[in-house]
Design a protein around this ligand. Structure first.
Ligand code: GDP
Ligand code: MG
Length: 624
């Protein structure tokens, strides 16, 4: 297919507005995936399962198995983390010509904004799918701005027009007012009923621009996704922006400097189809026995070693973790296994960082860095499910920066690493620009929420008479905890949010040290603002009192700043005699209780003489 007849596009949608359902319909309509395969996939688990979630590890295998494998967590959570593309062939009704439509999927979570921006950079257009019964949401907005920044042609699509609650006129007004897109000939679609699918394909052909024709230029290919395959090494998905690339070529990654000879190149249709050469405008994959995704990073530019491009493509970032936590095996014997599991995950996850952490309370473990809380939870779940490890996770903290009085400046990933107040010149913390979109009725509730979390009001915009955007500058530490849950509960589930890191700011932050039974319990300590230290200390100690089971002896719990105690509680002693409840010879009940107790034991760590359960390490996330 000549470059004039290539269309590269992605689909932008708020979660549940129908991105995956529409993607499936496009694949069906173009005959890219047969209905029977789609059904097999859909019946395997939580419906509707989407062909676009085909495990990138095994894009060639369409069937139940793969859905049970690596994408289980993503599916359960209804989000996409690893990207995938699908090349569709479509004969346009307009001119009777055959077009290649490349659908490039994007991850659907704020933790992965960088990946979203790189995959959008590989497109010339995007379908903006908006649920006609809901309207424009924060996540939609954030991704639309990203698409517009990348000069994409954005085509609005009203989905779910079959719903009785659909209000196309109101939603069209929202799209026009807020985003400023012309909606005069908006696509009206029901992805579920298969209405408007052909019109959508025609719109892609006629409205998304063809890629620029720069075949004569030196090769520049943008990597927008990479994953580790045990047989081929890292497989990168990329778009040829300029020039061409062939199997056997020796290429260089312009940002990491690594060089490889290409073993294999091809397209995803959506299973792998090998080809000899890919030309500018085309989207495909490459494999070259690359050892780790660290060596073939998202956003890097592939060029020919013989005839390199002068400059790499713009937009490359070495992504840094924003959130850290400690991961400790409940059984110290599992330390090596945990290290090996983390190393394996890292082959496939350029954003995951870890370093050994030793703690006299917790033993040997790792301090791990993540893009955000979702990323953290996913890694944790993988370690537990796929590697069968029992872990204690300590509360996540953001990355602080600090300068000591002897002029040393460094990054603080753990409250334990924060120097004493007397040795500190300053400490700063990351800030985000937080955008909340809400029905106007909940504006008051959400203002209160953001104000209570040290938010600084920036602006309020009425999108329509009934919907409002609130913008705040707010410390990342305040939004990575339970902010999203609070937003949902204070808006009856109707508000949505999105944020972007804007920079660091000095603040009067202190380390709130927790002592259990008189001994410092570093894994429970937190960094907080001095103004909130008393309140946080009181809430934290009382939450800990609730979460730590009674012991045979009285257990004092204290929160201190330096030597000063700001809050204290005590757990009364208790004789743990669960079997006392069992009368007579009810053996099975007895067994059950013992078993329960043993399971409860698993997720415990002894801090001094006190057994502390996993939930207590997360107590800080549960206070207001
Ligand atoms: P995504 O999160 O954007 O990928 O959304 P999904 O494609 O998973 O769809 C979310 C839910 O909306 C699913 O239950 C779909 O069956 C449903 N859905 C998607 N499109 C339509 C539609 O056109 N009409 C109706 N009534 N439901 C739809
Ligand atoms: Mg989806």
């Amino acid at each position: 297919v000549p470059v004039e007849r290539i269309r590269n596009f992605s689909i932008i949608a708020h979660i549940d507005h129908g991105k995956s359902t529409l993607a499936d319909q496009l694949l069906l309509k173009t005959g890219t995936v047969a209905a029977r395969d789609m059904v097999a996939a859909a019946s395997s688990r939580r419906p509707p399962v989407l062909s676009m979630s085909f495990s990138p590890e095994y894009p060639g295998r369409i069937g139940e198995e793969q859905f049970m494998d690596s994408n289980e967590i993503e599916r359960e959570r209804g989000i996409t983390i690893k990207l995938n593309t699908a090349r569709m062939k479509y004969r346009s009704k307009r001119d009777g010509e055959l077009y290649a439509l490349n659908l490039i999927d994007t991850p659907g979570h704020v933790d992965f904004t960088y990946e979203v921006s790189r995959s959008l950079a590989a497109c010339e257009g995007a379908l903006l799918v908006v649920d006609a019964s809901q309207g424009v949401e924060a996540q939609t907005l954030a991704n639309v701005w990203l698409a517009l920044e990348n000069d994409l042609e954005v085509i609005p699509v009203l989905n779910k027009i079959d719903l009785p609650g659909a209000d196309p006129d109101r939603v069209v007004r929202e799209i026009e007012d807020i985003i400023g897109l012309d909606c005069s000939n908006i696509l009206k679609v029901s992805a579920k009923m298969g209405i408007g699918i052909e019109e959508t394909l025609e719109a892609i052909v006629s409205r998304v621009p063809a890629p620029r024709n720069t075949t004569a230029d030196p090769l520049r290919a943008l990597i927008f996704d990479s994953y580790y395959d045990p047989y081929r090494g890292v497989v990168c998905q990329f778009k040829v922006m300029d020039g061409k690339v062939s199997r056997g070529d020796v290429v260089q990654m312009m940002n990491t400097g690594k060089e490889y000879q290409l073993d294999e190149i091809g397209v995803l249709a959506p299973h792998k189809v090998q080809v000899d050469t890919l030309y500018c405008g085309e989207v495909g994959y490459l494999a070259a026995q690359i050892k780790s995704v660290q060596d073939a990073r998202v956003g890097d530019t592939v060029t020919q070693k013989k005839q390199p491009a002068a400059t790499p493509l713009p937009g490359y970032q070495d992504i840094q973790p924003m959130v850290y936590c400690g991961l400790f095996p409940t059984d110290t014997d599992d330390y090596q296994d945990l290290r090996e599991a983390l190393e394996k995950l890292q082959l496939n996850d350029a954003a995951l960082k870890f370093e050994p952490e030793v703690n006299n309370a917790m033993g040997f473990g790792f301090r791990c860095g993540f893009l955000g809380l979702l990323h953290m939870e996913i890694v944790q779940e993988r370690l537990e499910r796929e590697y069968n490890l029992d872990l204690i996770t300590t509360a996540p903290t953001v990355v602080y920066r600090c300068k000591t009085t002897d002029g040393e400046e460094f990054q603080v990933n753990s409250p334990a690493d924060l120097p004493d107040a007397s040795r500190r010149e300053w400490i700063s913390e990351p800030y985000v620009r937080l955008e909340m979109v809400t029905p106007t009725d909940y504006v008051g509730n959400l203002m209160e929420l953001a104000n209570g979390r040290r938010g600084e009001f920036v602006e309020m915009r009425y999108l329509t008479d009934s919907r409002t955007t609130l913008v705040f500058n707010i410390p990342l530490a305040e939004v990575v905890t339970d902010y999203f849950d609070q937003l949902k509960s204070r808006s009856k589930g109707y508000a949505s949010m999105e944020y972007k890191i804007t920079g660091y700011r000095e603040n009067d932050l202190v380390k709130l040290e927790v002592k259990i039974n008189g001994e410092p319990a570093d894994p429970l300590s937190v960094i907080c603002h001095r103004d909130n230290a008393y309140r946080t200390g009181r809430q934290l100690t009382s939450k800990l009192k609730e979460l730590i089971p009674r012991q045979m002896f009285r257990v004092p719990i204290q929160a201190c700043i330096g030597t000063k105690v700001v809050a204290s509680e005590a757990i009364a002693p208790y004789r743990k005699d669960v079997l006392a409840k069992c009368y007579g010879g009810d053996i099975s009940r007895k067994k059950k209780l013992l078993q329960k107790q043993a399971e409860g034991k698993k997720r415990m760590k002894a801090l001094g003489k006190v057994e502390v359960p996993q939930e207590a390490f997360m107590a800080i996330l549960k206070i207001d």
